[in-house]
Design a protein around this ligand. Structure first.
Ligand code: 5GP
Ligand code: ZN
Length: 112
């Protein structure tokens, strides 16, 4: 597992960096993306630091499955249940924060 020291999303989970919380339980923390790319753009992160969803799949598939449940529930509560779930994985794919996170995009008809 990669280092959690200085990790932005670990700081958000701990409340050291402010965020607009959407949902929280023992396994995950969900909050509004600071630069939304859709009417509803929520990030869901495992509370435990792992660098990417690839690492999460290796180490904790239960939490990975739970992230999908939480995304589904957010899309039902905030829209009509339709949503896009994105995990940028690795710098070449556009990952900029190296703490695993799901982007939940919903709230409107999304572009291709
Ligand atoms: P990535 O590019 O790694 O898949 O996604 C990182 C996401 O984190 C981006 O959509 C970016 O807008 C969001 N982000 C970066 N810094 C912050 C922050 O301080 N607070 C919040 N709420 N979101 C952030
Ligand atoms: Zn972290």
């Amino acid at each position: 597992m990669s280092d959690s020291e200085g990790c932005l999303f670990c700081s958000i989970v701990k409340g050291e960096v402010p965020s607009t919380k959407v949902y929280e339980d023992e396994q995950v923390f969900a909050f509004e993306d600071i630069a939304p790319k859709a009417k509803v753009h929520v990030l869901i992160v495992p509370k435990k630091h792992v660098a990417s969803v690839a690492e999460l799949a290796d180490s904790d598939s239960r939490t990975l499955a739970h992230i999908v449940d939480v995304a589904r529930d957010i899309a039902r509560e905030r829209y009509n249940g339709s949503f896009r779930l994105v995990f940028n994985t690795g710098a070449d794919a556009g990952q900029t924060v190296f703490h695993a996170h799901a982007h939940v995009l919903t709230g409107e008809v999304l572009d291709e």
